[in-house]
Design a binder for this molecule. Sequence first.
Ligand code: SF4
Length: 442
Amino acid sequence: MASAPWDMRASPLDKPVVVAMHTRSGLVGLNVVTAALDADARTQGLDVRFAKGSDAMIDALRDVASAGRRAIALWSFYSPDFAATARDLAAVKEATGASALHVAGGVHATAEPLATLSRGWDLVAIGEGEHTTIELALAVASGRDPRALPGTAHLDPAGGRLVSHGPGERRPLDDYPPFNARHRKWNALEITRGCVYACSFCQTPYMFKARFRHRSVADVRRHVDQMRECGSRFVRFLTPTSLSYGSADTTPDLDAVDALLASVREGAGADAKIFFGTFPSEIRPEHITPRALEILARWCDNRTLVIGGQSGSDRILEATRRGHTVDDVVRAVELSVKAGFRPDVDFLLGLPGEDESDRVASMTLAERLVGMGARIHSHAFMPLPGTPLRDAEPSPIEPETALAMARLESKGKAYGQWRRQVVTAEDLVRARRGRAPAAKAD
Ligand code: SF4
């Protein structure tokens, strides 16, 4: 990217300061949108700060205000963190007044702009935030009203009506960096955005569109080289479905995966640790083949693979539009173990429409997979805003299922946050019941 065409110190752009609330679930999103500012010559080098909590945010905003400068406070969070983040915002605003423009982005704010704005944010960035963040900084710098920007939503001061200008501009992934190198904020490299699958409990296709956009091998390599130069020795990837890299549809393109990982290994070096098909990104079970496993074994260091299984009931897999069967999960575990990997299989308990027999089928499958050499990564269904199941009721998880899961946990064969997620799901249902009726957007 070309350097700034003018001296930033002499530009009006030295006036706004971007302060990112760098806590909880929005870390990667905030790294990426603040890095986008450096990818545009007009906002390159802007003063960006990171606050690791509400006290740090208060200090940062007071500092900016006392210097006579304007602050844009960026917030990003997933739905389970909404209530706690709203309390942080209230504390920050009470201490700092209206000294900053508070902007919320990310999956929750995109799905629930009215609820988000009603809790005190001034503006919501809808959808992908890189381009919108740049335009926001330019608008504040030049004194333009940021509420008029495409990609934003706000409340009409007259009647509290939601005014939305639609989602932010979607650009090729290569247009923006996957992490904030200037501030040494590293994270898993996003190689694919959007998802052609339409699992009804997942926010990804509804936030980013139901198609894949991939970062090019050359761009991934450029960033791996940059990480290596800075001494970072671990490479992880962010993708909705790891073996879909390079593919436009549901058929994996293993040549593309091979080319990506070969280049990453060359750039990262023999002593770097490369993790693919593991946290934070899983592999779909039907994508696991002997050749796929051979490619992963050749280039990667992880010997654990995270596989999306979700349910032991074909009826529930179909109802949630997972696009694979129970047999696909069994076969994936079998092949993975044979190739020397330990599969960690994601399970989702309490899906809507699930009955006791479905959960018995899930626990029977879980025990079978454990017997084959897998571990179970347990989750509980949460009715996430923006998804087709946002208004669904979680199915109750009876004591027998909880006991069966606890037995696996006590043997070290299962782990996960499902108990905490049951509580979060209850919170989401409660919040939904108290939600104001949706207002018409512009
Ligand atoms: S759960 Fe995975 S495969 Fe399904 S829609 Fe979400 S990201 Fe895509």
